[in-house]
Write a protein that binds this ligand. Structure first.
Ligand SMILES: [Fe+2]
Length: 189
């Protein structure tokens, strides 16, 4: 289940209903897909897309998405830092950013047109849709692991446009996770 934080307001949301309502006010869709499909850790991308074909098909119809693929990132993924560096600075896309998290975790920061920056930590089972044009950035959590189904309206829209604002540098890419203990030292990754 996701965790939403609004650092400027010292707010942390952990209940799905609260998270859905908060994100909806910013036009971000959030839901949890059920039932989860039991897919082996070493299942291929095709196996994953087959297992979730019904949900992916429904989402395509709903959002006008035409393609789906799987992104699979591990700590030993070649050129991982270079890949992450494309997305950990504030940017936007010409199409929606749609992710269903199958394994691992990730951290979106959203910089809304009005209101303070907030963070959405997503994990397995979470579906998130960040609308086109939304200013945001993305980091992995300390375990540097995420496997997610991505949907696209047009793959050519998937280019990040950087704002160059530097706002992202004011926020640490720190995930809380379900086992976060406030007295523990914060990871620096
Ligand atoms: Fe993005």
């Amino acid at each position: 289940m996701a965790v939403v934080r609004v650092p400027a307001e010292n707010v942390v949301l952990r209940q799905p209903a609260d998270i859905t309502a908060f994100l909806a006010r910013h036009a971000i869709d959030y839901e949890q897909w059920a039932p989860r499909h039991d897919v082996a850790a070493d299942a291929s991308s095709d196996d994953l897309l087959t297992a979730y074909a019904a949900q992916v098909g429904a989402l395509k119809a709903r959002g006008g998405y035409v393609t789906a693929d799987v992104i699979d990132v591990k700590p030993d993924t070649p050129n991982l830092d270079a890949m992450l560096a494309k997305f950990n600075r504030e940017h936007w896309h010409d199409e929606d950013e749609v992710r269903f998290i199958v394994e691992g975790r990730g951290l979106f920061h959203i910089h809304p047109a009005s209101g303070p920056v907030f963070a959405i930590e997503v994990e397995a089972g979470d579906l998130i849709r960040v609308p086109r044009g939304t200013h945001h950035w993305f980091d992995l959590c300390a375990d540097r692991r995420i496997r997610a189904i991505r949907l696209f309206q047009d793959v050519s829209g998937w280019t990040p446009h950087y704002t160059g604002s530097g706002v992202d540098q004011g926020f640490q890419p720190v995930c809380f996770g379900p086992t976060y203990v406030s007295s523990a030292p914060l990871p620096t990754a």
